[in-house]
Design a binder for this molecule. Structure first.
Ligand code: AMP
Length: 546
């Protein structure tokens, strides 16, 4: 038998203090590029102070502590101090609507909320609705607004004595809590245990996943409130990769400047951010992003055209990955077979990928029958494993999302014999035309492969004959034009003929969710409200009625 010790985040903190002491945290602080730097050893010392300060205020085991913040050094300190004193880190999504924000903070019963000064104006509007918050802590020296009672982060640390001893924690105790961005109903909470978080961090170091290692300089563009920045903070702490924190500067220009000047090796973001970065790089061919070894991208299907353009024109290799808040989020990663070249390589890379070790996956049809991995049979993807949620936090209504330990993801997919998963849709977004499924994801990917198309989101439009038909909502690149005819021609031979939409809406922007994904719920509402100007291709007259 082996020696055993609880798999808690103390181990990450210890490694930051000792083995990984020299790795650094860089935080971008101003639009002009001012940044602060601290070594992991310095960060660990501040974590001890923060932990001491919280304990003195009576915050301890099981208490929920909220953060309402961008990615920064302080937010990393909170990521470690809160779980290591046995409290639960609750990352609040700064882009939630006020009612949703109040709902999650009240549901979680947050006792303290740490907030960036730049976000005080948002939080202070919600503050009167918060039922359990006893203290606000403002990070930075901007106004504290109407928040009350309030202290400043720096004062808290200046007055603190370092924690004497961290409590021993059961590895299955909660470390963090994150609510799903939930497209319908109230957001649902997902609890991560110390054990699940540590195991998940180990998985991020595997060569066939992210391969996070000591040579990495990681830029988590994905916010710390989106599934714990995909686990990158803890993985970096464990393996000794430096972290480059972009603060609130999430536009392509400052991000590219940060990549260049900090020699970032690894940058993770949702596809919409990579689209912005691609446009910026195309317009600034001198930008040098050659330090990037890997650019994980997920949260939504990555258009193959985006992947190819970034790799072929700018040397940035995208790694497509699938995950959910419920899966911590690492679930499926698209590493192509070593010998795959050309189309075979791109085909594997544009799938969602293969399940990572310790994640089990199955496809189940509408009758509950498990489907073969033949690349054709489709159904709901279900997953389970040590970092996959087995229930939502204090929420009995959603018990039907789980089936004997399997998480029902709500994603419709097929799996090929090599284990590559291909998602055709989110079940809520499915378009059923004449009784057959049309994959909105595939249509979007092919539309976005057109030179003039910047963004494309496909939703269902009611149809007398076929019940539903696809409606393509398209954003064109600035200064570019494309007619409905051209777009339809472009789709010929790329998708099944009967999938090709007759209806198009040219829009200025596809609405985005709080974590930057296409928001089809809003598009559907706009369609219902008559706000989309839909152009129909008249199949009888063979021309477009504008
Ligand atoms: P969230 O918990 O907000 O990150 O949302 C999780 C959902 O995002 C999944 O259930 C999928 O519908 C979608 N998603 C995440 N990654 C991908 C991907 N690589 N391809 C397609 N959909 C994805």
């Amino acid at each position: 038998m082996q020696h055993d010790f609880p798999l808690t985040l103390h181990h990450v903190l210890d490694r930051m203090r000792t083995l990984n002491a020299d790795a650094e945290v860089v935080t971008l602080r101003t639009a002009e590029g001012t940044r602060t730097r601290a070594t992991f050893a310095e960060v660990a010392a501040r974590v001890d102070l923060l932990a001491g300060a919280l304990q003195v205020r009576g915050i301890g085991e099981g208490d929920r502590v909220g953060t309402f913040a961008w990615n920064s050094q302080e937010h990393i300190e909170l990521y470690l101090a809160i779980p290591c004193i046995g409290s639960v880190l609750h990352t609040l999504n700064i882009r939630l609507f006020p009612e949703q924000l109040a709902y999650v903070a009240n549901h979680a019963r947050d006792r303290v909320i740490f907030v960036d000064d730049s976000l005080v104006p948002i939080l202070e509007k919600v503050a009167p609705l918060l039922e359990t918050v006893e203290l606000f802590v403002v990070i930075g020296d901007g106004p504290t607004g109407a928040l009350e009672p309030v202290v400043r982060y720096d004062d808290l640390l200046a007055e603190a004595t370092p924690v004497q001893a961290y409590p021993q924690i059961d590895e299955r105790a909660a470390a963090a809590l994150c609510y799903t961005s939930g497209t319908t109903g109230n957001p649902k909470g997902v609890l991560y245990s110390h054990r699940s978080t540590l195991l998940h961090s180990m998985a991020a170091g595997l060569a066939d996943t992210f391969g996070v290692n000591r040579s990495d300089r990681i830029l988590p563009i994905v916010p710390q409130f989106h599934a714990n920045a995909w686990g990158l903070i803890y993985a970096a702490g464990l393996f000794g990769a430096s972290l480059i924190q972009p603060g609130r500067f999430l536009q392509a220009e400052p991000l590219v400047a940060l990549i260049e000047s900090e020699k970032v090796t690894f940058a993770a973001a949702v596809p919409t951010i990579w689209m912005d970065i691609l446009n910026h790089l195309d317009a600034h061919p001198d930008a040098d992003v050659s330090s990037i070894r890997l650019a994980p991208c997920g949260g939504a299907a990555v258009p193959p055209a985006l992947m190819k353009a970034l790799e072929e024109r700018h040397g940035v290799e995208i790694l497509h990955a699938w995950g959910m808040t419920e899966t911590s989020p690492l679930g499926v990663v698209a590493r192509p077979p070593a010998d795959a070249v050309g189309d075979a390589r791109w085909s594997a890379k544009s799938s969602q990928g293969r399940p990572v070790p310790l994640v089990e996956l199955r496809i189940v049809d509408e009758e509950g029958v498990v489907q073969p991995w033949d690349g054709v049979a489709a159904g709901e993807m279900q997953v389970r494993g040590p970092w996959i949620a087995s229930g939502y936090y204090l929420n009995d209504e959603s018990a039907d999302r789980f089936d004997q330990g399997w998480l029902r993801t709500g994603d419709v997919a097929s799996v090929d014999p090599q284990g590559y998963v291909r998602i055709s849709d989110r079940s809520k977004d499915i378009i059923k035309s004449g009784g057959e499924w049309v994959s909105s994801v595939e249509l979007e990917n092919e539309l976005m492969a057109h030179d003039a198309v910047r963004e494309a989101a496909v939703i269902a439009i009611p149809d007398e004959r076929y019940t539903e038909r696809p409606l393509a909502c398209v954003v064109l690149h600035e200064g570019r034009a494309a007619t409905v005819n051209e777009l339809r021609d472009h789709l010929v031979g790329r998708v099944a003929k009967w999938w090709i939409p007759e209806s198009f809406a040219f829009v200025a922007e596809v609405p985005k969710t709080s974590v930057g994904k296409f928001d089809k719920k809003v598009l559907r509402q706009q369609l219902t409200d008559g706000e989309l100007s839909v152009q129909r291709y008249d199949t009888a007259a063979q021309q477009v009625s504008l």
